[in-house]
Write a protein that binds this ligand. Structure first.
Ligand code: 1HE
Length: 264
């Protein structure tokens, strides 16, 4: 198991599994969950080893901060070529998170900055505690986004806001982040994990084919021209509704055996 520099260091990612929901927690609070290459690899290993009966993941972090971003101590030693490989190691894990087998709900508190925000942007649902704040201090550090944020964060809030954040050091608080669509829920301090677990349980109750289509087809369709997008949608819709589980679920509703839509 990859560890931090110290041989007796705690695992950099804690993984537990309770029923259909797995919880993965960044576990480097003394360094504000700064993301080292070892942590990236550990996260990758945890995702790859998710048991088959896991249907949703909660991604959280120990301590007062979700993540202070890239472990800056790795920068001084890195050549240009190593920098490219470094980014690609992050891309591989983040790709697995965003386009893996199961949806991911992130719990965000304190600093969600730089690479921490790039990681959060891979999740499908983001729950922020009111302590959360969001920034991209790469400009101040003399570096650039390197964990896919140019693409993912820009898709969430638009490249104009990302440009302004990076140029001016603008930090969004939890309320502003909710308002601009960076997060989906804001909760009181200490309530993020419970909220995320409840959402993950609901997600885990969906038909697997629907979750697959939501995770894999929606982002693809968003990048397609309208005519292609509509064709892709119709094909995915037809495949989803042909699944025996879809037939059973629809018949249960028609027979008044299934829950109605309710206000949350
Ligand atoms: C770190 C890091 C880090 C903390 N890399 N070691 N990210 C940043 O520019 C954010 C840098 N961090 C901060 O601004 C602050 O640490 C926080 C606002 C997040 C938290 O402040 P605070 O007062 O609670 O903690 P601290 O005293 O600053 O940090 C505690 C320890 O964590 C300290 O180490 P120590 O040995 O002196 O105890 C810090 O040095 C260490 N630490 N953040 C390494 N980021 C794929 S490309 C992505 C590019 C980026 O992510 S750029 C953004 C980098």
């Amino acid at each position: 198991m990859p560890r931090d520099e110290l041989p007796d260091a705690d695992p950099l990612v804690l993984a537990r599994h309770d029923g259909p929901v797995a919880v993965l927690e960044l576990n480097r609070p003394a360094k504000r969950n700064a993301i080292s290459l070892a942590m990236v690899r550990e996260l990758d290993r945890c995702i790859a080893m998710l048991p088959d009966d896991v249907k949703a993941v909660v991604l959280a972090a120990r301590g007062e901060h979700f993540s202070a971003g890239l472990d800056l101590s790795e920068i001084p030693e890195m050549s240009a070529a190593q920098g490219v490989h470094h980014s690609h190691a992050w891309y591989q894990v983040f790709e697995r998170l965003q386009f893996g087998r199961v949806p991911v709900v992130a719990v965000l508190q304190g600093a969600v900055v730089g690479g921490g925000l790039e990681l959060a942007a891979c999740a499908h649902v983001r729950v922020a505690e009111s302590s959360a704040y969001f920034g991209l201090p790469e400009g101040q550090r003399g570096i650039f986004l390197g964990g896919g944020g140019s693409v993912r964060v820009s898709k969430l809030i638009g490249f104009s806001r990302v440009t302004e954040m990076m140029l001016t050091g603008h930090v969004y608080d939890a309320d502003e982040a909710f308002r601009i669509g960076l997060t989906h829920y804001t909760v009181a301090p200490g309530e993020g994990l419970a909220k995320a677990l409840a959402l993950a349980q609901r997600i885990a109750g969906n038909a697997p084919m629907s979750n697959f289509a939501i995770m894999r087809a929606l982002p693809l369709i968003a990048e397609q021209p309208m005519s292609h997008g509509l064709m892709t949608e119709s094909l995915i819709a037809a495949i989803s509704q042909s699944e025996p589980e879809a037939k059973e679920r629809v018949e249960a509703f028609l027979a008044k055996r299934a829950a109605k839509v309710q206000r949350s």
